[in-house]
Design a protein around this ligand. Structure first.
Ligand code: HEM
Length: 88
């Protein structure tokens, strides 16, 4: 907690590394799937007086939502001993 008024209601932004393996999501585990997370952001999050202006209704198409979920899945993988595939 910084004690600064500007930080009121703020959460530490979590890593998205390995995110497909770590449901449920958000600090309260309220979203069970990555699809639900993307829908949550598409709706503009949950309104509160401290909501960051970057969280606003996005009007994503079905394809865009699917692409975002696929992207989030791409952040999960296997660690390969001796380096990444690209390095071998
Ligand atoms: C479409 C855009 C976005 C996607 C797909 C996305 C994805 C995610 C995901 C998957 C989580 C859950 C992580 C977990 O519980 O392990 C998360 C949480 C979070 N994201 Fe985003 N994010 C987006 C936009 C943003 C923006 C614009 C901000 C900041 C202004 C932000 C800040 C955060 C914070 C603070 C959390 C933690 C919330 C909590 O614990 O309740 N995200 N995000």
């Amino acid at each position: 907690m910084s004690g600064l008024d500007a930080d009121r209601g703020a959460f530490k932004t979590p890593t998205l590394r390995e995110v497909a393996r770590t449901p449920p999501y958000m600090h309260d585990g309220s979203l069970r799937t990555l699809d639900a997370v993307v829908r949550f952001y598409d709706r503009g999050g949950r309104m509160n007086p401290h909501l960051d202006p970057a969280v606003r209704p996005l009007g994503l198409s079905r394809n865009e939502r699917h692409a975002l979920v696929a992207f989030l899945h791409s952040l999960t993988g296997q660690v390969i001993e001796g380096g990444t595939r690209a390095e071998r």
